[in-house]
Design a protein around this ligand. Structure first.
Ligand SMILES: O=P(O)(O)OC[C@H]1O[C@H](OP(=O)(O)OP(=O)(O)O)[C@H](O)[C@@H]1O
Length: 434
């Protein structure tokens, strides 16, 4: 039994909380998590957490936005109730799959051709602007969205204000609202504010306003915001598993422990796939190649990669990308490895291709089985023989609907991580998967 520790389970995955508490030998904390009639989240911590080491378990998937807000409010409640340390345990981290800019068939961002074809700066989708530094003139790109112009107009506004001239106020972040016609009137073609005296010449630019190709400043980077929200709510530490992009840890200025699901997947392969050394580990896309090769290399297995031949035309149109297999799976078992399955398009399309290329059997081993919408129906109707996921997301409903689904328990991994963090022990042993 671990002392002076409090484990609070959010509404996303009560079963996982029970498992973790069972391993730690403590009961889950008494909390009231509900909603007011209007739909706002209500949290009451019904026992003292003063000077306690608190762990709040809340996973992504399902009603992800509700769960995230519930987590933020619970963290804040614990901090204001004088918890010594609050750790957010997010088996599947929500919003860590960064948003992407829409592409056209050639892989360029979807901006109007008049802008894309503009020969002026030579930047392409693949290129990056130079790093501003001594002797490098930004030409409106340094810092890079034209902060130079912005700072000039800000200085001018300050002079006008000190002279008593009326000055148009901006929000606290210094940027104009981008969702009103008024705000567009004060934007240059670079998307930077311009002083009001040139508004007349700007009016002709309103309709031609476009973001620069190669930049993503117009796409919400929700991952950054979520990292900030967690820290701002009072989280002192994050424990998660198989982040879609491990570099997401760098978005935080608090410690993030990104546990690996690989030992569980490897162990499944060794125990359940006959003659597994002859099987081929397959990554269903280039983004997951590192993840899959790590398993293949450590188990002395062969590796193949599915390459998406071109970018889909829209974010929501990923299933239209053409797939090609790089490697040989004929008459062998293929084991797809991925971090998550959401719509299941990726793994079901990959399975179809692998069977077409002669694979005798296709397994999909995925850490996070989000399985949204009709993902289960898609799996049931697919060429996949078996789908293995962990219970980082609650699988009870999925299990009832999908005979091909098998679930690996992650509760003991998180319980051990919590125990070690609580005692100040190293948890690097949980990162080793060879
Ligand atoms: O079940 P699905 O809805 O098909 O989604 C699953 C896929 O999405 C993620 O990759 P993503 O498409 O974000 O590309 P990336 O690996 O290049 O980041 C993930 O790594 C899977 O490959």
């Amino acid at each position: 039994m671990v002392r002076n520790i409090v484990v609070i389970g959010g509404n996303s995955h009560p079963q996982l909380t029970r498992t973790i508490c069972g391993v730690l030998g403590i009961p889950p904390a008494d909390v009231l998590l509900s909603k007011f009639a209007v739909g706002e989240t209500r949290v009451e911590i019904q026992e003292s957490v003063r000077e306690k080491d608190v762990y709040i378990i809340q996973s992504g998937g399902g009603k992800v936005n509700d769960h995230l807000l519930e987590l933020l409010i619970t963290i804040s409640a614990c901090k204001t109730a004088s918890a010594r340390r609050v750790t957010a345990v997010l088996p599947l981290f929500p919003y860590s799959r960064q948003s992407d800019i829409p592409y056209d068939k050639a892989g360029a961002p979807l901006v109007k051709s008049s802008v894309r074809d503009r020969p002026s700066n030579g930047y392409t989708f693949e290129s990056t602007p130079p790093t501003p530094g001594p002797g490098v003139k930004s030409e409106g790109l340094g810092l890079i969205n034209g902060m130079e112009n912005f700072q000039k107009s800000l200085a001018k506004a300050q002079i006008e204000e000190s002279n008593g001239s009326p000055v148009k106020r901006r929000p606290a972040n210094g940027l104009p609202r981008s969702d009103t016609a008024d705000s567009l009137k004060s934007l240059t073609a670079n998307g930077v504010p311009e002083d009001s005296s040139s508004n007349a010449s700007n009016s002709s630019k309103i309709n031609s306003f476009q973001p620069r190709p190669g930049y993503k400043q117009w796409v919400a980077q929700a991952g950054t915001l979520v990292a900030d929200l967690l820290t701002c709510a009072g989280a002192d530490h994050i424990i998660t598993m198989d982040l879609h992009d491990p570099q997401y840890q760098g978005y935080f200025d608090i410690p993030v422990d990104n546990l690996y699901g690989r030992p569980l997947l490897k162990s499944y392969i060794q125990r359940n796939i006959p003659d597994y050394k002859q099987a081929v580990v397959v990554s269903p896309d280039a983004g997951g190649a590192k993840r899959a090769t790590a398993i293949a290399d450590s188990m002395g297995m062969e590796f193949a990669l599915i390459h998406k031949e071109r970018r889909p035309t829209k974010i929501t149109d990923r299933q239209n990308a053409t797939m090609m297999l790089v490697g040989d799976v004929r008459d062998r078992t293929a084991i797809l490895i991925d971090d998550l399955a959401d719509t299941s398009n990726t793994i079901t399309r990959a399975a179809k291709l692998l069977k077409k290329e002669g694979a005798s059997k296709v397994y999909a081993l995925v850490t996070h089985g989000i399985l949204s919408g009709d993902a289960i129906e898609r799996i049931n109707a697919s060429a996949l023989d078996k789908v293995v996921v962990t219970n980082s997301v609650d699988q009870s409903v999925h299990l009832r609907r999908c005979p091909k689904l098998e679930v690996l328990e992650v509760g003991h991994v998180f319980a051990e991580a919590i125990r070690r963090v609580h005692h100040g022990e190293s948890i690097s042993v949980l990162f080793q998967y060879d």
